[in-house]
Each structure stands twice: as C-alpha cells, then as structure tokens.
Design a protein around this ligand. Structure first.
Ligand SMILES: C[S@@+](CC[C@H](N)C(=O)[O-])C[C@H]1O[C@@H](n2cnc3c(N)ncnc32)[C@H](O)[C@@H]1O
Length: 264
C-alpha cells in the first residue's frame, strides 16, 4: 500500500493546523450544502442502523450534523472534535433542535478519551482525510468499541485515476488535508485493526465546487486558481472528474466511501 495511505505525518502541530483551518469557518458547516443536507444525513442513519439502547460516538463531529441525526434513534450520543469553535456550534445546534441526549467532548480521534469496549456505534464522516495518523485513529476506533459494536466511515474516496489531480485541489483549498483513501486502502487498514467490513461502497455526487470552497471561506482569487486547475485535468482524471460550468457554477464529480464494519 502507498505509505501515505496510513496518514502518518512527520510535521508536528496537526491539532493547531486543524483548529486554524476549521475555527474561523465553524458556522459554515451548520449550513453546508453537503454536511447539512438532509439526504446526506439520512444516508448516515441508513448506513449506521442506530439502535435505541446504543451509546454512539461521532468522531470529528464538526458542528454536530451527524451526531444530531443519530440522536433521535439512540440512548445517547457523544460528539467529539478537536476544534473548540466547532463544539460551540454543536451546543447551539443541539439547543436549536431540542436534543437532550447529546454531549460534546473536545478531543483527538487518534487518542480517544474513553475506556476500552464502551461504545456501541462509532461514526465518522468527512474527516479521516484530515487525521494526522489514520492507523492510530482506527486502532482507537477498534479499542473503544464493544464486541459486536459497529463502526461506520464516510469519507472522500476518489477513483485512483482522479486521486492525484483532486489531491492538488484539496491541498490548495485546505492545508490540513492529508489524503483521500481508495476503497481498497480502507478495507486493508480496517482489516489490520481487526474491524470486519460488512459493506463498502463508493458513491458519486454532482459536486458544487463554489459551495465546497465557501465552506472554508476561500478567497475569490484562490477559488478561481483552483477552478482552473480542476478544469485542466487531462486523460482519465478528466473523464472521471467531468468538470462542467452549469448555470454559472462549476460542477464536477466527487466521491465518498461508505463503509460499515463490526468488531467481532
Ligand atoms: C468537515 S468537518 C466534519 C464534519 C462532520 N463530521 C459532519 O458530519 O458534518 C471536519 C472536522 O474534523 C475535525 N478534526 C480533524 N482532525 C481531527 C482529529 N484528529 N480529532 C478530532 N477532530 C478532528 C475538525 O476540527 C473539523 O471539525
């Protein structure tokens, strides 16, 4: 496997970089075209199949979209994130929707502040591609889960032919991006920490490039430069990405892995 897929970064200060990226933009994630879309949240609930007695843990919860989608279906949800400004948004959102069975914890996915074997359902969405040590984060997933507990992962996962080109755009937009993994890499990494894959699929979305840039409040010059870079894709990368201007907006294909696992 490409050693980058394990996500170990030599640079220290991963947490500082994450907070610098997400702190100023936190509120945007409560209304993001992707993160707050009810259809995308239904997709999480369908994948996770939450049970009424579950203690659920949503890691890198951002503004709590996923945690709050699970809350009506489980006994209690903990939303964990590194960025204090995100957790402040979580508290506001929980109050707005009247969710009483949620708690918010500041912490690192790679060093979870929980005992072993206590969580029934672990979820993480749109975040593992930021983790400074994905190997370590997945070991933590397996450690905190009960036997028979489930872990569900939704993260960006382009086809191999488009990955390198899309990586340039991801890094240009967000320096805390590490790498998007392919389904094959995900399956291998999960197997190595003893999580059994029950289902793994990649699905494609018609992606709103400007909306994606707006989530992180990218300045207009950089948006234009990144749009030109995306549109300059060649060969198989271009055939996969299919950049297209429609109704004055740049659209292109974007992919996520949707993976459900169990701890045997
Ligand atoms: C795009 S947002 C996640 C959105 C959210 N999961 C959702 O479903 O709407 C990415 C989040 O990952 C968090 N994050 C990144 N690395 C982290 C880590 N190692 N531990 C905990 N949170 C992390 C950031 O602070 C940020 O809030």
């Amino acid at each position: 496997m490409d050693e980058r897929a394990r996500g170990r970064r030599s640079a220290p200060g991963g947490a500082a970089e994450i907070r610098a990226t997400f702190g100023p933009a936190a509120a945007n994630y409560s209304r993001s075209f992707f993160h707050a879309d009810p259809a995308r949240l239904d997709e999480v609930v369908e994948l996770a199949r939450p049970q009424a007695a579950d203690l659920a843990l949503d890691v890198a919860t951002g503004t709590g979209n996923t945690a709050l989608a699970l809350a009506p279906h489980v006994a209690h949800v903990i939303g964990l994130d590194l960025t204090p400004a995100m957790l402040a948004e979580c508290r506001r959102n929980a109050q707005r929707v009247g969710a009483a069975n949620v708690g918010w914890v500041q912490g690192d996915a790679c060093q979870l502040p929980f005992a072993s074997g206590v969580i029934d359902l672990y979820t993480v969405r749109a975040a593992p591609h930021h983790f400074s040590d994905l190997d370590g984060a997945l070991s933590e997933t397996a450690r905190v889960l009960k036997r028979g507990g489930h872990a569900c992962f939704i993260d960006c996962s382009p086809p191999e032919a488009a990955r390198e080109h899309l990586h340039l755009i991801e890094i240009g937009r967000d320096p805390s991006h590490v790498l998007s993994r392919t389904l094959a890499e995900w399956t291998q990494l999960l197997g190595e920490v003893g999580l059994q894959v029950e289902s793994a699929q990649r699905r494609e979305l018609d992606w709103d490039f400007e909306g994606w840039m707006a989530n992180l409040a990218i300045e207009p010059d950089r948006v234009e430069a990144l749009a030109s870079k995306l549109e300059a894709a060649k060969g198989q990368a271009a055939r996969e990405l299919r950049p297209q201007r429609r109704d004055g907006r740049l659209r292109h294909a974007y992919w996520h892995a949707l993976i459900r696992t169990v701890k045997p």
